[in-house]
Design a protein around this ligand. Structure first.
Ligand SMILES: [Zn+2]
Length: 322
């Protein structure tokens, strides 16, 4: 049974359609200011379960990604990481765009890299150093809800998933993991049921780099940095940078903060990133980067699996901010 599209996503798509049909993108294009839109993708592939694909938003289908790359090639100026770093200092041009992909899951090698190469679009992948990193605890939560409420309708499970997600967000990682252990044991769920989202190992990170994708650091084990004491924080960032250097033979230029919202960022992490001579750092705070901007707090536009073509266009032209 197919799940229904949540009302707020339908609303977003309707709003985007009205925005595009009104001709706003074309008008805005005529007066576009120099800036860099940094797009943030996660997985390029199918979401492991259908009901969850509408809830998690992380997986953009290869078909949608292909269309989006064509659009970027036609309407924007996709930058390589090298050009991007230069323009962070010298100033952006009109319609500059940088494609970034977070988490370093296997689909980057299987799906994203060939499509990027086919369309001649450079990109930066921000990877975890630890191949056993649990990048997305919400996938584990989805497994759990699927098992615990197996007899219930997908719609019901989605509702439970979202309410549990809100609660789990506030829990420290250790509490979340111990709760997961207890509940998973009770219902027979396991944490390794997402082969599609397996994190790349060192040799695969090397392959990604050989395929022409620039590689940046995203934390060693995808920890929430603000929850770590200073020693663990230092280790999480240092080991992640070392892992990229070892895998690719080059020091990473950039760092993307895991989770990356304002509440996940702090001055201690900034200090470590700067001390490591990384040249820029990315958040997931929403925004275009215009004029002089803080190179260690660059903002991004998150593209997700519920973005239809109009929504994608509306996000790029400032019609949608979520
Ligand atoms: Zn991440």
């Amino acid at each position: 049974m197919l799940p229904t599209i949540p009302a707020r996503i339908r609303l977003k798509q309707l709003f985007a359609r009205a925005f595009v049909q009104s001709g706003a993108p074309k008008r805005r294009a005529r007066s576009d200011m120099p800036s860099c839109r940094i797009l943030c993708y996660h997985c390029i592939g199918r979401s492991p379960t259908h009901y969850f694909s509408l809830a998690n938003r992380l997986c953009v289908s290869p078909e949608a990604f292909r269309w989006q790359l064509k659009y970027l090639r036609r309407e924007f100026n996709p930058l390589s990481e090298k050009e991007f770093v230069r323009r962070v200092s010298d100033g952006f041009g009109p319609r500059d765009v940088l494609v970034t992909l977070d988490d370093g899951t296997i689909d980057l090698l299987l799906e994203a890299a060939p499509l990027l190469s086919e369309h001649g679009i450079p990109a930066v992948a921000f990877v975890c150093g630890d191949p056993s990193a649990r990048i997305s605890w919400w996938f584990d939560l989805a497994v759990l809800i699927d098992r615990e409420f197996a007899s219930k309708a997908p719609r019901f499970r989605t509702r439970i998933f979202w309410s549990e997600l809100r609660r789990w967000k506030e829990l420290p990682r250790v509490d979340r993991e111990s709760e997961w252990q207890v509940r998973a044991t009770r219902c027979g769920a396991r944490g390794e049921e997402w082969p599609e989202l397996r994190v790349l190992n060192a040799s695969e990170i090397g392959d990604l780099s050989a395929a022409g994708i620039s590689v940046g650091a995203h934390g060693f084990a995808h920890e929430e940095l603000f929850q770590l004491n200073s020693d663990r924080l230092e280790s999480e960032i240092h080991r992640s940078v070392d892992a990229v250097s070892t895998a690719t033979g080059e020091s990473p230029k950039g760092f993307a903060y895991a989770y990356g919202k304002r509440r996940h960022l702090n001055a201690s992490a900034d200090r470590i990133v700067k001390a490591l001579k990384l040249e820029y750092a990315l958040t997931t705070q929403w925004g275009f980067n215009m004029g002089p901007c803080d190179r260690y707090r660059l903002e991004r536009i998150v593209i997700d699996g519920t973005d239809d073509r109009n929504t994608f266009i509306a996000k790029l032209w400032g019609g949608i901010w979520t």
